[in-house]
Write a protein that binds this ligand. Structure first.
Ligand SMILES: *[C@@H]1O[C@H](CO)[C@@H](O)[C@H](O)[C@H]1NC(C)=O
Ligand SMILES: *[C@@H]1O[C@H](CO)[C@@H](O)[C@H](O)[C@H]1NC(C)=O
Ligand SMILES: *[C@@H]1O[C@H](CO)[C@@H](O)[C@H](O)[C@H]1NC(C)=O
Ligand SMILES: *[C@@H]1O[C@H](CO)[C@@H](O)[C@H](O)[C@H]1NC(C)=O
Length: 478
């Protein structure tokens, strides 16, 4: 078996000399590497012994019928990063090449999906072309295709129909992201596992578009124009394997109805959700991660029972909303709670009670004062390792820190003193961050930290009186 490797421009010289028949004479040629050259057209004839051909990153505009046709052993053809249009491809490019499994045609100038692709194809790359439409029947024979990449084209719903994908009975991964779809297409094949529809202009999900796709596990719909009312409530019915749904960066005004019952991860950030009703989350029993950051939630519009059924929830993100008060009734299963960048001025009595699994709570950039937080709130959190209260209005270090605490973020508050006893109850602490407070040199008593044998970072740094605020009497506070 001869393995040919031709990388350099010098080799092209040789190649030009060989002309077309040159390759045909290499009767045992199996692997042909001509990637990263300056070829403008492919050899007219390649030998039937060929197994793999790599012409990626050339300037090809023309392929001939016997370039890749009549190669019974041909398994892979790489043609990405060339200048191919449909005019440069023969109508039956792979006649008699019925072992082809991998074909890459990404980053060319195709407007139409090539015809007559061999049924043996396993993976087909057509991303970053100029595809506007997929001709009827283009994929009908590809019953072995597992992966189809069509992202970054100009496909619209008008350019395909209900049958475009329906015969792809082995297809598991379909990427239609970054196209011009306005509706989730119908007729999707039933064995799909992963469906990329992000970065389109999708406004609606019809009731029957997804329900046949019984094996769907990942549905990516972020960066579209979905509103909750244009998602049919039966859209996800029966999709028992669907565990990950990304709908961030849409126009959702509330949590859509009928979300998949077995969802584990729900990314709803960057929408316009202004309300969490009592039953909006009530059927999502298996949810472990809910990200509602950067919406328009306000405290009066979050029902106190809204989270009651989320008994497995581990991560909740409510950052970047308009909450004034930490919601009551959060699941006790929580391990990570992020509510930064709101207007929190209250952690009401009992809001954190029973959260024995909570390891990390991020409450930075709010309006919390010492008395906004009920006495003993932190002490109860027996698994807590990270408490972030930076960017609030605290004047003292909280006195009820839990023993488990490892990282305490208090930068950008109004703390002016560190009492000797401040860290008596936190022997495990590794990092204390106190930059940008109102500490003066004599307010920091070294003995407060002396017993903390695990302490790795003590950041009092700049922005305190130690350096640059010396003598600034206005900053004095009780
Ligand atoms: C490829 O096969 C088709 C259908 O069998 C035939 O019409 C066509 O002439 C063939 N093309 C070549 C280049 O052999
Ligand atoms: C596609 O499916 C929709 C809904 O099932 C149906 O209304 C429409 O007639 C179908 N169109 C075609 C071309 O089959
Ligand atoms: C996207 O599709 C719409 C129709 O759905 C069409 O009006 C618009 O021109 C298309 N945009 C591009 C960039 O193809
Ligand atoms: C929510 O999503 C944002 C964006 O992906 C991410 O940065 C953040 O960490 C997520 N929140 C949680 C709690 O995982």
């Amino acid at each position: 078996m001869i393995v040919w490797r031709m990388w350099s421009v010098f080799c092209i010289f040789v190649f030009s000399g060989l002309e077309d028949e040159g390759f045909e004479m290499l009767e045992e040629l199996a692997y042909l590497y001509l990637a990263n050259n300056k070829l403008t057209s492919a050899p007219k004839v390649l030998p039937p012994s060929l197994i793999s051909a790599d012409f990626a990153a050339n300037q090809l505009t023309k392929i001939y019928p016997y370039t890749f046709g009549y190669k019974p052993k041909l398994r892979s053809v790489y043609l990405h990063n060339n200048k191919l249009t449909e005019a440069g491809l023969p109508d039956h490019m792979f006649n008699g090449s019925n072992s082809l499994e991998i074909l890459t045609l990404s980053s060319n100038f195709l407007r139409v999906v090539p015809n007559n692709l061999p049924p043996s194809l396993y993976r087909l790359h057509l991303k970053s072309n100029k595809l506007e439409k997929i001709p009827a029947g283009a994929f009908d024979t590809l019953s072995n295709l597992r992966e189809l990449y069509l992202q970054n084209n100009l496909l619209s719903n008008e350019g395909m129909d209900n049958d475009t994908f329906s015969q792809l009975s082995s297809l598991e991964c379909l990427d239609l992201s970054n196209n011009n779809l306005s509706v989730v297409p119908g007729g999707l094949p039933r064995n799909l596992v992963l469906l990329h529809l992000e970065k389109n202009a999708i406004r609606s999900i019809p009731g029957d578009a997804l329900t046949a796709v019984r094996n769907l596990e990942y549905l990516l719909l972020h960066n579209n124009k979905l509103r909750a009312r244009s998602i049919h409530p039966a859209s996800f019915m029966g999709l028992k394997k669907l565990h990950t749904v990304h709908m961030y960066n849409n126009l959702l005004e509330r949590v859509p109805r009928g979300l998949p019952r077995r969802a584990k991860t729900l990314m709803l950030l960057h929408n316009q959700i202004s309300e969490l009703g009592r039953n909006d989350l009530a059927l999502l029993y298996t949810l472990t991660e809910l990200n509602l950051s950067y919406n328009k939630l306000t405290s009066p519009k979050v029902h106190r029972d809204a989270f009651r059924k989320l008994r497995d929830l581990e991560k909740l993100d409510l950052s970047g909303n308009g909450l004034h008060s930490l919601p009551l009734g959060l699941p006790r299963s929580l391990q990570v709670l992020e509510i930064k960048n709101n207007q929190l001025n209250s952690i009401p009595d009992g809001a954190l009670t029973g959260m024995e699994k909570l390891q990390k709570i991020i409450l930075s950039d709010n309006q919390l004062k010492l008395n906004s937080v009920y006495q003993g709130a932190w002490m109860e959190l027996s698994a807590l390792t990270t408490l972030d209260l930076s960017g609030n209005q605290l004047t003292h270090i909280p006195s009820d820190l839990p023993e488990s605490l490892e990282y305490l973020h208090l930068q950008s508050n109004r703390i002016s003193a560190i009492p000797e006893s401040a860290f008596e109850g936190t022997p495990n602490i590794k990092g204390i961050f106190l930059r940008f407070n109102r500490l003066s040199v004599d307010a920091v008593d070294e003995s407060s930290f002396a017993h903390l044998s695990n302490l790795q970072v003590l950041d009092i740094g700049s922005g305190n009186k130690r350096d640059d605020l010396e003598g600034d009497e206005d900053e004095e506070e009780t």
